[in-house]
Design a binder for this molecule. Structure first.
Ligand SMILES: CC(C)(COP(=O)(O)OP(=O)(O)OC[C@H]1O[C@@H](n2cnc3c(N)ncnc32)[C@H](O)[C@@H]1OP(=O)(O)O)[C@@H](O)C(=O)NCCC(=O)NCCS
Length: 149
């Protein structure tokens, strides 16, 4: 799948390809998404086993400047690893990536998106608010099954 998002600056949203792996991880590091308890490399490997979901990247030429993972479990859609490189933030790219994911999920028949924002990530909260997301009356619970480190 390819979606030309800005002819003027040659931006495009495409599915992740293996040669982009190091650049995607560098993007996650630059945009503050990497946590010591999550192995980014393993997270990419796991996503590549997901037959329904996708890892999309934003390219400017060959440079990776954005990413997002999207999934659908048959009940809810999820969006994570959303990142825009700091040099390209506040230019509408995050909104375009989210619109790309929403169109992808809608095409699968997905009725609702759930996503997580880390406490303290006020910038992302403001971003999602601007896109029409609101806090659910629910608490997110987690249980680790495979330690990464
Ligand atoms: C969050 C992030 C993806 C946003 O991407 P971006 O390209 O900078 O955002 P955009 O320029 O597309 O902004 C879209 C809209 O949100 C608004 N917005 C963005 N941040 C905002 C904030 N903190 N408060 C209020 N509005 C905000 C913009 O003004 C814009 O509004 P408009 O379209 O009406 O003009 C980016 O900041 C990022 O990669 N952050 C680091 C990684 C991260 O935290 N990811 C989310 C993990 S949950």
């Amino acid at each position: 799948m390819s979606d030309a998002v800005s002819e003027a600056v040659a931006l495009e949203i495409v599915e992740f390809q293996e040669p982009q792996r190091a650049a995607v991880i560098a993007l996650w590091q630059a945009s503050g998404l990497v946590r010591p308890w999550n192995d980014a490399d393993k997270d990419i490997n796991r996503k590549l086993t997901d037959p329904v979901g996708r890892l999309f990247v934003v390219l400017v030429g060959a440079a990776v400047v954005g990413s997002v993972m999207v999934g659908y479990d048959g009940h809810r859609g999820t969006i994570y690893y959303l990142a825009v490189h700091p040099d390209h933030q506040s230019a509408g790219l995050g909104r375009r990536l989210m619109a790309h994911c929403e169109a992808y999920l809608l095409a699968l028949g997905c009725p609702k998106i759930n996503l997580l924002v880390r406490r303290g990530n006020d910038k992302a909260r403001g971003f999602y608010d601007a896109l029409g997301f609101s806090e659910d009356e629910a608490v997110s619970l987690g249980k680790r099954l495979i330690p990464d480190v």
